[in-house]
Design a binder for this molecule. Structure first.
Ligand code: SF4
Length: 471
């Protein structure tokens, strides 16, 4: 998928004017968000569970090289193959080569955000392989030729009437008004593909290092069909999805499912350890695990951003975010939206294009509060803003102009002591006189004019508070 994160200002402005998107976004807060709160409140020791999840993630990410080597050993010992891909192109090439060499014509896909990162569907089509998304939401957006709108609910921006229109147009079905009928139609269509498919492609919610097990969490059972029906299964995921042990999986399943949908347990948790064994009835003959870097090393290398790799992709921060709940997922222009997307998308695709995303936050802290592994997103967003403004580490992306940088240096000097505050505020009081109208500053002069392009500022009081207090 070609990133459009550069267009965040235009895409978000368009989303704000789109009545349909605004209506469909309303359900997020009362649905997922409130369900998550209720589920976490009903879980004894939720806070301790969160701390434990965070500690496991911190330990694994700090020792990622060790655990990745362990995954390679255990998956190989279970009869599977592991491929480490440095970027999306390398991962795509591997998947296509394996598919072509096995004569694959139809590939069924479970939900995988990493395959969206890779733009895998398009590459498969170009290679003459038909990719079929089998998660209902992903199936809808594949038919609509769109990208996911939400990490866990890719088609949440579509109403049932829109889905009915889409099925009518693309599948020739009659109009339907019931969601159960639409789901049944999708099931009918997909069942044929499950039988035809030569290859299953899935993501992985977690990869357990000690056993080489891939864990999938779904509500529709499609993940299990993708991994058990075709002869060949390829799981593709980010290298940060590794966790040390099966015991740790228990912690993350509780955190992920409650935070994502508010359920106590999801309908299907599937664990796959290598290909089918002799005494097993189903499963693929061949199993491959593709672990992708694709820019994650940049996050790993920066101590201030490293904790973004703790993310378990539950989507809770999106539902809590007042910005996401207004502009929706497509405005962010790439695979990962919301507060976590505002951090990882610019780092994975290039900061020069993603300069606006760290500013797509009110810094209210709702994302941090919602996150089951307590990722401090506001701190990272502020850090990125600072890096951008000052040009630190990324001098080519420096956003602050000379005038703005000097203004803030003076500001800092002015606030550094009581004496300088008095001197500077006295001076500012004098300087503001020509531009104050009815107690407001309507237009600041350059280089600060952008600050008053869309708002006015209150003027400094003619008599300082301290003077009034003395009086
Ligand atoms: S940052 Fe936290 S809340 Fe957001 S998707 Fe990741 S784990 Fe969930």
């Amino acid at each position: 998928m070609r990133p459009r994160i550069k267009q965040f200002p235009q895409l978000s402005a368009a989303a704000l004017k789109d009545e349909q998107i605004q209506n469909n976004l309303l359900g997020l807060y009362n649905g997922f968000h409130k369900a998550r709160i209720a589920a976490s409140e009903a879980t004894p020791n939720w806070d301790e569970l969160s701390d434990r999840g965070r500690a496991i993630k911190a330990h694994t990410i700090d020792n990622l090289d060790y655990y990745l080597e362990m995954v390679e050993r255990t998956v190989t010992a279970a009869g599977g193959k592991v491929f480490f891909a440095k970027d999306a192109a390398e991962a795509t090439q591997y998947v296509i080569e394996v598919a072509k060499s096995r004569g694959v014509k139809v590939a069924i896909k479970g939900k995988s955000m990493v395959s969206e990162e890779m733009g895998l569907n398009q590459s498969l089509e170009e290679a003459g392989i038909e990719p079929v998304e089998t998660d209902l939401g992903e199936y809808i957006i594949q038919l609509a030729d769109e990208t996911p709108f939400h990490i866990i609910a890719p088609a949440i921006h579509k109403s049932k009437a829109q889905v009915s229109d889409l099925f009518h147009e693309k599948l020739g079905t009659p109009q339907m008004t019931e969601i159960t009928d639409l789901a049944a139609e999708a099931r009918r269509q997909l069942r044929k593909k499950f039988i035809e498919a030569d290859m299953g492609i899935t993501g992985a919610n977690f990869v357990v290092a000690e056993t080489g097990t891939v864990a999938l969490v779904t509500n529709e059972g499609n993940g299990r069909m993708c991994t058990s029906m075709p002869k060949l299964h390829i799981a593709i995921t980010g290298m940060e999805k590794v966790i040390p042990s099966i015991e740790d999986l228990g912690v993350f399943l509780r955190l992920l499912i409650r935070s994502a949908t508010g359920q106590r347990i999801t309908s299907y948790v599937t664990t796959i350890t290598g290909p089918r064994k002799e005494d097993e009835e189903d499963g693929p003959d061949e199993f491959h695990l593709v672990l992708i870097d694709n820019g994650r090393n940049r996050l790993l290398a920066d101590p201030a951003l490293r904790e973004s790799l703790y993310c378990i992709r539950c989507g809770a921060c999106l539902n809590a975010c007042p910005v996401y709940r207004k502009v929706g997922g497509h405005a962010y222009g790439w695979v990962y939206p919301g507060p976590i997307g505002a951090i990882i998308s610019p780092m994975l695709t290039g900061l020069s294009d993603g300069k606006d995303l760290p500013y797509a936050s009110t810094l209210c802290g709702a994302c941090k509060e919602a996150c089951p592994v307590k990722i401090n997103m506001p701190r990272m967003l502020l850090y990125m803003r600072n890096q951008l403004a000052e040009g630190a580490n990324y001098p080519e992306h420096k956003t602050a102009s000379f005038g703005e940088a000097m203004t803030f240096k003076l500001w800092r000097l002015g606030l550094s002591s009581s004496l300088s505050l008095r001197v500077f505020s006295g001076l500012a009081r004098l300087l503001q006189m020509p531009i104050v109208r009815n107690g407001r500053i309507n237009k600041l002069p350059p280089p600060l004019s952008a600050w008053t392009r869309l708002r006015t500022l209150p003027a400094l009081a003619s008599k300082p508070f301290r003077k009034r207090w003395r009086e």
